[in-house]
Design a binder for this molecule. Structure first.
Ligand SMILES: [Zn+2]
Length: 453
């Protein structure tokens, strides 16, 4: 009797809790198409592909039909069209006509401050494009020289599902920071000895950990994340520069901003599988103090330049626990180019001329630091005179200026390339370069050269 009653209740519940698909958004990145479904209730789903022609089928259990499928904007994506139909009287079948064979992955996201709905994220991965995107960036050698360029990873914050802060007049942080990032890219392209690497190139979301992973793969010498955020008081204004802190934030605004930035993964959408395990992170954290000082030096240079274009929020480089700055092998900074929540500043931030000036300030700060601290083996180091060539990583402590050279490290059981880099306090990219490694795989007994200067 109880069993039967329970069954009837469940039936009633499920009838009551039929999910309604409220909206669908489609984002295209270089290697995948992301579809996000807003649902009034969490719904179980099945997903599979069909070929000839290529289609992706999503069955949403106990769900109601999508409104105006034709209105969903799929322009510029790998989805050509979306069709829907009823299935088993209570389920909803969504068929995506796609331009090529794509591998689907999906995960749910719970409601949060920005999105009151349950979201179902479907990522359609293009395996060929993933391979191309994941290929390491080749150092461009200047003609007639064997010296490499300094690689600067430019990270435009937010993107796609995560708009970042929204200012008065619907000014989106994700758009402004991408515009500034593109200006910075232009300046670095023109500067001999430098090579920009854009972490985000369009309107799509990248997880916080994935951003530094991309920069690491690109063998970046430096990572800069660009933002324009909001504060609870609209009167807050001015630009600021942050480095990673393990111990806590230097001001209330710094803590507030770090908390907001760290929410990005919840809003932009990162599946649990993408999160690095805790042990790996603890290992990485060990090495971070070493590069913090050079981050502070670069940051101070940028602040000085920014002070000429805008008012500064704080005159010193600030510290806070930004997840996006947790990269062990390169100095990293987060630049707040102004407060989008301040009406006057929002207007300036949206204008091309201020965006250019901000990019120029960041560029000048980076250039002047690397001109006086060129990493060994770079074109800048050779034009600067070999004796003064130091590695930015080692220059942090100021006392590690030993003769150029290396020692040998024998790989032990359980070692990974990143753990070896951390243990020896050198950048992974330097070990890779010195040993001419084609991949990050290491084997027990392998002898690796570890740079000592
Ligand atoms: Zn931001």
């Amino acid at each position: 009797m109880m069993v039967r009653l329970f069954f009837i209740l469940t039936m009633m519940m499920s009838a009551l809790t039929q999910a309604d698909v409220k909206d669908v958004r489609v984002w295209q990145s270089p290697d995948k198409t992301r579809l996000v479904f807003d649902l009034t209730e969490p719904s179980e789903h099945k997903i599979f592909t069909l070929s000839n022609p290529d289609r992706v089928v999503i069955d949403l259990m106990a769900a109601k039909s999508l409104k105006n499928v034709a209105e969903i904007d799929v322009k510029g994506t790998n989805v050509k069209a979306i069709r829907t139909g009823k299935r088993n009287k209570k389920d909803l079948r969504i068929v995506l006509d796609v331009s090529q064979a794509l591998s689907p992955k999906s995960f749910p996201l719970k409601p949060n401050k920005k999105y009151p709905f349950h979201r179902l994220v479907v990522d359609l991965e293009n395996k060929q494009a993933i391979k191309a995107v994941a290929a390491p960036v080749k150092h461009i050698k200047q003609s007639g020289s064997s010296k490499r360029n300094i690689i600067i990873a430019i990270d435009a914050g937010h993107g796609g599902e995560d708009p970042g802060a929204i200012g008065p007049g619907r000014i989106y942080e994700k758009r402004i920071v991408l515009a500034i990032a593109r200006q910075l890219e232009k300046l670095l392209k023109k500067e001999p000895g430098f090579q920009p690497f854009m972490v985000r190139t369009g309107d799509y979301y990248i997880g916080l950990r994935e951003r530094t992973a991309k920069a690491r793969k690109a063998n970046a010498d430096f990572f800069v994340s660009i933002h324009a955020d909001a504060f609870k008081h609209p009167s807050a204004h001015g630009s600021s520069v942050f480095v990673l802190s393990e111990r806590g934030a230097t001001s209330e605004a710094a803590r507030w901003l770090a908390d907001k930035e760290n929410e990005s993964d919840l809003i932009g959408g990162v599946s649990l599988e993408d999160k690095e395990d805790h042990l790996a992170m603890t290992l990485l954290d060990l090495s971070m103090t070493a590069k913090r000082n050079s981050s502070v030096q670069i940051g101070a240079g940028i602040l000085k330049q920014m002070g000429k274009v805008s008012r500064l929020h704080k005159k010193q480089v600030e510290e806070a626990a930004f997840v996006v700055l947790k990269a062990p092998d390169m100095p990293a900074l987060l630049v707040e180019t102004g407060f989008i929540s301040n009406p006057g500043e929002a207007k300036k931030l949206a204008g091309r001329s201020y965006q250019k000036k901000m990019a120029k300030a960041i560029f000048s700060g980076i250039r002047s630091y690397f001109k006086s601290h060129p990493p060994r083996g770079t074109l800048l180091a050779s034009s600067h005179g070999k004796s003064s060539a130091v590695d930015n990583w080692q220059s942090v402590s100021g006392k590690n200026y030993t003769k150029p050279g290396h020692r040998t490290y024998v790989v032990r059981r359980g070692d990974t390339l990143s753990a070896i880099a951390v243990k020896n306090r050198v950048a992974m990219s330097r070990i890779r370069r010195l040993n001419k490694l084609k991949s990050d795989n290491v084997w027990v007994g392998q002898k690796l050269k570890i740079p000592t200067s």
